[in-house]
Design a protein around this ligand. Structure first.
Ligand SMILES: [Zn+2]
Length: 73
């Protein structure tokens, strides 16, 4: 299922020879009571992403994938 996007923000970062963007996206969790937060780091030489769901119910029940997609476990 696709989650509903609530908020997105993007910051430019640069330190020494590393430059890039950090994007934060917030989605409504599948039950609507919590938030699924994505942090995507796209920095030269350093690419990383993290997903955090503050809803215990949904983090037990779903896997969250890139692009705001939730899959039942
Ligand atoms: Zn939930």
């Amino acid at each position: 299922m696709y989650l509903k996007l609530i908020d997105t923000k993007s910051d430019s970062v640069g330190f020494s020879n590393r430059h890039g963007h950090i994007t934060e996206q917030k989605y409504e969790c599948p039950c609507g009571k919590g938030v699924v937060a994505y942090e995507i780091d796209d920095i030269t030489g350093f690419k990383n992403w993290d997903i955090y769901c503050d809803c215990k119910n949904c983090s037990d029940k779903y896997h969250f994938k890139r692009g705001g997609i939730a899959e039942e476990k």
